[in-house]
Write a protein that binds this ligand. Sequence first.
Ligand code: CTP
Ligand code: MN
Ligand code: MN
Length: 520
Amino acid sequence: MVPLKRRKLLSTQTGNNGNSGTDVIGVKAPVKFPDVVIFLLERKMGASRRAFLSQLAAKNGFHVQETFSGMVTHVVSEGNSGAEVGSWLDSQTDGSAHRPVHLLDMSWFTQSMKAGRPIDITDTHRLQQVDESEVEVFSVPSFACQRRTTLENHNTVLTDALSLLAEMAELSAEEGRGVAFRRACAVLKCLNEPVTAMSQLRGLPCLGEHSLRVIQDILENGASSEAESTKCSERFKALKLLTGVFGVGCKTADRWIREGILSLQQLTDSAHSLNRAQQAGVDHYDDLNQPVTKAEADSISVIVEKALVTVLPGATMTLIGGFRRGKQTGHDVDFLITHPEEGAEVGLMPRVVSWLQSKGFLLYQKTTRNSYLEAKDGPARPASNMDRFERCFSIFKLDKQGPGLQSHTQRATDGEGSHFGDAVDSVCEPENGQIKQWRAVRVDLVVSPISQFPFALLGWTGSKLFERELRRWAGHEKSMSLSSHALYDSTQRTYLRATSEEEIFTHLGLEFIPPSERNA
Ligand code: CTP
Ligand code: MN
Ligand code: MN
């Protein structure tokens, strides 16, 4: 199928083809400068702007040709590189001998219109003709865990579109498609310069046909028609909104949508009984869809630290997840807790939770027990070893006036989360005309025995794709099985010990990548 946007362009072009070869614009006014025959390139300029500029030029006595031919002396384009216009020209002329055509930037056109005559061409007007061999062709290794991906992204337009398509695939429970888009996205994130031409992508890994089509659409038209139409689709909007409720996954959201539930109002009006997590999700919808700031994460660190000092002196905690990777905001705050003495951490989570509850810090919590045991003959299947820590999914009640937070109280009116306009959040309504003094924040707590700490630290720092790629690398390239608990070498039939993340990378035969460069 031809993407929407391109279909539109095609149909306009078909419409114009009725006049192909004729010079409809040039005949409108007497031509004052017969030596100059202008052709305006529609690519990136768009049909309507091209039509407007054509008429402007014709009115000023310039000869503008609507269709490219050998008579053209000046090709004017906007937002295209010399290489792009060069290859377009080649396609027009079958790549045959170069004609004496000037490839010019819009600046020459505007200045000429202003002057009322074709001005002399200088180097600043000319599109830079770069030799194909000089165009930077990117090269990166295939596994994201072999690459350094910082938070600095030079290709946000491309990665935003691919992330959106990945998100839609994930929300539709199409995991394979989701991973494919995430991998393509991660490759673009680690490039040290913006992509300007498809030719630069030659030889890059993980860029499938579909992702390349999206990239090409953006390079040619400024936006991906598929990403744009997905973003605007009712289904995407409803899936986002409903899975934005804590405790609601894509399967539940899909079922509700099929029942006609598209908004939170419809959900609360429906007869559906929500589980405890989902009820908390609805109650605190606005707060939980508002990004958590680093200052808020630090404020929660202070509280968790206090709990630890009280219930088990010597226990330590580490900020993990996105904040450990240097992100300034996140959807939650993640902590990894351990104790230097193996076994001292047993039973720690319930005591931490009790303390937090007694102080009124918890709006919701669900704790799961540790169930990990090393098997004598190694992990049966890698996935069975995931997620076996003592964990607590919780919602904290964070005082907005807490240490270091005073300046953040006005944030509710701006930023990412504010578009969830129709949220039902009775708890968060100002009570008796008073502004709510606290806000709900998602917090994940994980307890690990010290022997597994480096694996837990590596496994919970993320990003999700980086973790996935680490496990894929271990399996495919090393015949090893990596989890957040252990690393098993299938060839030697043994568990490989580690006392630091660095040692795990060494076991895996990988260069150490610090957390700030794991933002794949
Ligand atoms: N994780 C996990 N098992 C889960 C959920 C998460 O192992 N059931 C790991 C993920 O692999 C990730 C880390 O926990 O490495 C943090 O997950 P999450 O908080 O979802 O993502 P962040 O990277 O912290 O992103 P955000 O800033 O949006 O919270
Ligand atoms: Mn997180
Ligand atoms: Mn988390």
